[in-house]
Ligand binder design. Structure first.
Ligand SMILES: [Zn+2]
Ligand SMILES: [Zn+2]
Length: 363
C-alpha cells in the first residue's frame, strides 16, 4: 500500500483540522532541517509532512485528495512523492512555530510567495459510436474555481483595488537583524503577497476566486475512442499568485457498437459466409460504419476466422493521417435447416469428399 498523506501526518482519515494542525506542528518541529542538519532522511520527512499539511489543511484540496487521491484531480497521481508545488502554511508559518525552540531564529530562507499553477480538472463526455467516428460538438458543464466575477479576481471590493503592503513595501518578505542573525520571513501582514486588500470583495470574501459551473462547448475530434483524454490547455482552475491556470481534461466515453469492434484505428466486423462461399470463393458486401457498402472478395478455400483487410474504411486517426482499416472477420455459417434438395446435394458432396480435416490429429 502506498503511503497516504494521512499516514505522513500519522492521523486518521477523519481527523479534525485541529488534530491535523497539532500533528503537523509536532512533526515539523521534529524534522525541521535546523534541528537535523545534514540528515537526508529527516529532510525527506520534513518535505513529506509539509506536503501533507499543505493539502490536508485546505478544505478544498483535502476534498479533492479524498476523491481523486491527489490534490490536482489527476486520478492515481497520489502518494507522498507527488510534487504539489509550493507550500502554503495556511495561517502560520514554520518560522513562527520554531521561534520558541530556536530563540527566534527562523528556519530556512523565507521567500515571497511563489506563483502556483491552477489545478487540472477532469470532465466526462458521453458519445454514441457514430459520433466518435464523425466527431461531434458536446456541451460539458465543468465545476471549477475561477476568478471571481465581481472583482475580476483581485479580491478587492469592486471600485477599490489592492494596495501595496505598507509593512513590507510590497516585497512580501520582512528582514530584521537580530543579534548575529539577519532574519528573513514572509511578511505577516500580507502573507507574502506584497499587497493587502483594505475592503474585501463581498462575493469572494477577498480570495479573488469563486466556485462556478462553466459550460464549455467542445469540438470532439473524429476518431476518439472510449477513454481518450483531450487536453484543453489553460481551461482548468485559476492559478494563485499570478500562476498559470490548470488544464481541463475531457475524457470521452463511447457507447459500444453492436457491429464494430475497435482495434486501434481499425474496426473489426464479423461477416458470416456460407460453406459454399468459403469453399468456392465469392464477392460479398460488407457495411462500413459510415453507412456505405463495400465489396469484399472472399478467396476460394477461405477458413473460418480468416481476417480480410479493407483499407481506409476504419476509424479516423487522431493525428489526421487518414483512416484505419475495416477488418472483416469471416465466420463460416452452417445452415440450421436444410431443404430436401439441399440435403441430397450435401450427401452427394460427402460421398465425393476426399478431404479428411482430422488427419493431422493422428499423425
Ligand atoms: Zn507585506
Ligand atoms: Zn471577488
Amino acid at each position: 500500500m502506498a503511503k497516504t498523506l494521512y499516514d505522513s501526518l500519522g492521523v486518521a482519515k477523519n481527523a479534525s483540522q485541529d488534530e491535523i494542525k497539532k500533528a503537523y506542528r509536532k512533526l515539523a518541529r521534529e524534522y525541521h532541517p535546523d534541528k537535523n542538519a545534514g540528515d537526508k532522511e529527516a529532510e525527506e520527512r520534513f518535505k513529506e509532512v509539509q506536503t501533507a499539511y499543505d493539502v490536508l489543511s485546505d478544505a478544498e484540496k483535502r476534498k479533492q485528495y479524498d476523491r481523486f487521491g491527489s490534490q490536482n484531480g489527476r486520478p492515481g497521481a497520489g502518494g507522498p512523492n507527488v510534487d504539489f508545488g509550493n507550500f502554503d502554511f495556511g495561517g502560520f508559518d514554520v518560522s513562527d512555530l520554531l521561534g520558541g525552540i530556536f530563540g527566534g531564529r527562523a528556519g530556512g530562507a523565507a521567500t515571497r510567495r511563489q506563483p502556483v499553477r491552477g489545478n487540472d480538472v477532469e470532465a466526462v463526455v458521453h458519445l454514441s459510436f457514430e459520433d466518435s467516428l464523425r466527431g461531434a460538438e458536446a456541451k460539458v458543464p465543468v465545476e471549477l474555481t475561477v476568478a471571481c466575477r465581481e472583482c475580476g479576481g483581485t479580491g478587492a471590493q469592486p471600485g477599490t483595488a489592492p494596495v501595496i503592503c505598507p509593512e513590507c513595501n510590497g516585497r512580501g518578505v520582512k528582514s530584521e537583524s537580530q543579534g548575529l542573525f539577519a532574519l528573513s520571513q514572509p511578511c505577516p501582514r500580507c502573507r507574502g503577497n506584497g499587497t493587502v486588500i483594505e475592503k474585501p470583495c463581498p462575493n469572494c470574501r477577498g480570495t479573488g476566486r469563486e466556485r462556478r459551473i462553466k459550460n464549455y462547448t467542445l469540438k470532439i475530434p473524429a476518431g476518439v475512442k472510449d477513454g481518450t483524454r483531450i487536453r484543453l490547455k489553460g481551461k482548468g482552475e485559476i492559478g494563485e499568485g499570478g500562476g498559470p491556470a490548470g488544464d481541463l481534461f475531457v475524457v470521452t466515453r463511447v457507447e459500444p457498437s453492436k457491429r464494430f469492434e475497435r482495434r486501434g484505428a481499425d474496426l473489426v466486423i464479423e461477416v458470416p459466409v456460407t460453406y459454399t462461399e468459403a469453399a468456392l470463393g465469392a464477392t460479398v458486401e460488407v457495411p462500413t460504419p459510415y453507412g456505405e457498402r463495400v465489396s469484399l472478395k472472399v478467396p476460394a478455400g477461405t477458413q473460418d476466422g480468416r481476417q480480410l483487410r479493407i483499407r481506409g474504411h476504419g476509424a479516423p486517426k487522431l493525428d489526421g493521417s487518414g483512416k484505419g482499416d475495416l477488418i472483416a472477420r469471416l465466420r463460416v455459417s452452417v445452415p440450421k435447416k436444410l431443404s430436401k434438395k439441399e440435403r441430397e446435394a450435401l450427401e452427394e458432396l460427402q460421398k465425393l469428399s476426399h478431404d479428411d480435416p482430422r488427419e493431422a490429429l493422428f499423425s
